[in-house]
Design a binder for this molecule. Sequence first.
Ligand SMILES: NC(=O)c1ccc[n+]([C@@H]2O[C@H](COP(=O)([O-])OP(=O)(O)OC[C@H]3O[C@@H](n4cnc5c(N)ncnc54)[C@H](OP(=O)(O)O)[C@@H]3O)[C@@H](O)[C@H]2O)c1
Length: 289
Amino acid sequence: MLLKDKNIVITGSSRGIGKHVAIACAKNGANVGITSRSIDELNQVKEEIKNVNPDIKCVLKTADVTEYSQVEQLFSFFHEELGELHGVIANAGASGRWKTHEFESEKFSQILDVNILGVFHTFKATYQFMKKDDKKDKARFIITGSATYPAAMPMFAAYTASKYGVVGFQRALALEYKRENITFNMILPTMVDTVLLRGDKAGDGNAPPNVMHPSELTEYFVFLLTKEANRVSDELIYTNEFEQYRSLLEEIDEEYKQDWDTLKSYLEENEPKIYDNIRKQRRLAQFFL
Ligand SMILES: NC(=O)c1ccc[n+]([C@@H]2O[C@H](COP(=O)([O-])OP(=O)(O)OC[C@H]3O[C@@H](n4cnc5c(N)ncnc54)[C@H](OP(=O)(O)O)[C@@H]3O)[C@@H](O)[C@H]2O)c1
C-alpha cells in the first residue's frame, strides 16, 4: 500500500492510461478522483476500482478540461469530497492525424487546447487545493507527455507541437514554484494500446509488440506519487528507456539484484547503454529493483 490515504486526482481517467493509473492508485490505498467528459465510462471505471479496493473513496465528476469554469468546479468538488490533494495527474489528451496543410484550424486548436490549455487549467484549478505543507512529502503534479518530444511525428503536427509545449510548461512551473512543496514531473510513453493511438482497435489483442499495454505504465506514476520520489522534480521520464532496464531485471541472475550497488556495477560493466539511460533517475531504477 504505497499510497495509503493519499488523495489523487487523474484527468482523462475514463479509459486508457488514466483509467489504469486510477486503478493502480486505488490498489495502493489512495482515494481517487476520476474525471473526463463521459459519465457512463467513469461509472464503469468506478465499479472496477471498487472491486479492486472497496476500502478507498472513489469520486467522479465530468468536466471538459478546455473549459476553465468546469475545471474550477471539478477541483472544488474533489477538494470537498476528498480533502487536500496529494497528487494530481494531468493526463487527458487528444490527437489527430492529417497532412499539415490539410489540418483544419479548428481541429488543430482543439488538440492544443486539450493537451496544453487543459494541463494549465488543471494546474490553475488544483493549486490552492494541493497539500503543500510538508517538505518531506511534497504535493505532486504529474503530466502525461509523449516521446514525440523530442522526436516528432509526421502527420501529427498539432499533437507533436502540444507535447513540446507541455515540456516548456513544466520547466516554467518547476522554476516558478521551486520554493514551494510541489514537484513537477512528466512521464513520456512511446506507443500505448489506447483509443488515442489505435482508435476502435484499442484492446483488441492485436497490438504490435512495441505497443505497451496501459497497465504497464502505472508503476511510473505510482513511483512519482510515493515518498521515494519526494526529491524528484522537473524530470522527463522516457518509458522506453526504462522498459529495456525492466526487461533486463527479469533476465539477469538474482545475485546481481541484491542491492543497488551490485546492480549498478553489473550494469556499468555489461550494459553501459542501459545504465546511461537510467542513471539520472536512480530513485526510479531502485524502485523497480
Ligand atoms: N496512447 C499512446 O500511444 C500515448 C503515447 C504517449 C502519450 N500518450 C498520452 O497519454 C495520455 C492519455 O491518453 P490515452 O492514450 O490513454 O488515450 P485515450 O484512451 O484516448 O484517453 C484519453 C482520455 O482523455 C479524456 N479527454 C479527452 N479530451 C478531453 C477533454 N476535452 N476534457 C476532458 N477529458 C478529455 C478522454 O475522455 P473523454 O473523451 O470521455 O472526455 C479519456 O479519458 C494523453 O495525454 C496522451 O497524449 C498516449
